[in-house]
Design a protein around this ligand. Structure first.
Ligand SMILES: Cc1cc2nc3c(=O)[nH]c(=O)nc-3n(C[C@H](O)[C@H](O)[C@H](O)COP(=O)(O)OP(=O)(O)OC[C@H]3O[C@@H](n4cnc5c(N)ncnc54)[C@H](O)[C@@H]3O)c2cc1C
Length: 329
């Protein structure tokens, strides 16, 4: 079937943002490929969530309703998902690289004997060869590799949250709601949820932040990171860091942005004393507006920046904070 599927993960009856981000990107792939864009929703009440999926570009929602889909259980969810893939044979399947998606997608790919490209940072479509172009860092993050899956179907990829922008269509677009039986009769589940314990780690507040100010090696020391924090406070922004800064112990590793850290997509990203290594860019380059402060005019961060300030961060950052504070006053 000529369809692109997005796995519409829900938790506690609420759609994960990455599902809507993938639908938004899926619209572009659907336009290039001529395939239809559909969402697959495993939940207790698909009808309630379907309008949000239509609003982000799904022309069809396959809704599998069952109490066993109240929360993620790999065996049941994968069983139902794989059966539907076998039945409908979509061309492309996209899954958010959440904790649950990182469990479901490889299990499904192994059962289906198809490939899976994990943690893609870009997706495109080769209209001549009719193949999904799946780009991700490779060889220790030193190159970006574009991977295709020529021989098996579906072509499967996972994408981390915040890599693509979520874009709602105007109005209240309608689509086709296709109810599918869960088909779990007699299916075993080797897991039992005992309790849900949220991560008690430091609340770094990065995931949904509208603005992020990140510091890198150029900041120079843990003490000097106060400059980054002050600027973030003036902007109402979350504090991020490059790996060089977290490795140096200046800030918590939970704040690391990049390929092996978090992916963010704020309206404003300010990079302070960060060179712009490819692994750092992988975690922030889809930010709406990027401001870079660096003393080296040839630093690669300026290639992705919308605004660049060339100079010593020890002079520029306090001055920015001062002017912002004055403006607020
Ligand atoms: C497998 C792998 C995964 C990785 N994952 C990540 C990741 O997730 N996130 C990540 O960030 N990195 C990651 N890295 C590391 C990455 O390659 C870079 O080493 C790192 O991003 C560099 O951090 P930086 O830009 O802070 O430091 P540097 O590259 O050392 O840059 C410091 C910058 O500060 C500027 N500077 C210095 N002093 C001043 C000053 N006074 N005023 C203004 N500017 C100044 C310099 O001009 C320079 O551009 C990974 C590497 C590998 C191999």
């Amino acid at each position: 079937m000529n369809e692109i599927w997005v796995f519409a993960e829900q938790r506690d009856g609420k759609l994960e943002s990455v599902a809507l981000e993938l639908l938004s990107k899926g619209r572009d792939l659907a336009a290039k490929s001529g395939y239809a864009l559909a969402a697959v929703l495993l939940s207790e009440n698909g009808e309630a969530l379907a309008p949000e999926l239509f609003a982000h570009g799904a022309s069809k929602v396959y809704a599998l309703d069952d109490p066993r889909f109240a929360y993620f259980q790999n065996d049941w969810w994968t069983d139902a998902f794989v059966s539907l893939v076998r039945d409908k044979a979509p061309e492309i399947v996209l899954v958010g690289a959440t904790t649950n998606g990182r469990s479901l997608a490889p299990t499904a790919a192994a059962i289906l004997h198809c490939g899976l490209t994990a943690d893609c940072t870009q997706l495109d479509f080769d209209t001549e060869k009719k193949l999904l172009l799946q780009t991700r860092p490779a060889f220790g993050g030193n190159i970006m590799a574009t991977i295709t899956c020529a021989d098996t179907r579906p072509q499967m990829a996972t994408v981390r949250p915040n890599v693509f922008k979520k874009e709602r269509l105007d109005g209240a677009p309608a689509g086709e709601l296709v109810r599918v039986p869960a088909g779990l009769d007699g299916a075993a589940c080797r897991m039992k949820r005992v309790a849900f314990v949220p991560d008690a780690g430091e609340d770094v507040n990065l995931a949904g932040a509208q603005a992020v100010v990140s510091g890198g090696r150029g900041v120079g020391s843990a003490e000097n990171f106060a400059l980054v924090r002050d600027l973030a406070a003036q902007l109402g922004a979350a504090v991020g860091a490059s790996r060089a800064a977290t490795d140096a112990g200046w800030v918590s590793p939970l704040r690391q942005i990049g390929q092996t850290g978090r992916t963010v997509c704020p309206k404003l990203y300010v990079a302070v004393g960060i060179s712009g290594a490819i692994q750092h860019l992988a975690g922030m380059q889809s930010s709406e507006t990027i401001v870079a402060i660096n003393k080296d005019p040839d630093a690669p961060i300026f290639d992705v920046a919308d605004f660049g300030l060339v100079g010593d961060l020890n002079e520029i950052v306090p001055e920015l904070s001062r002017q912002l504070a004055a403006r607020r006053a």
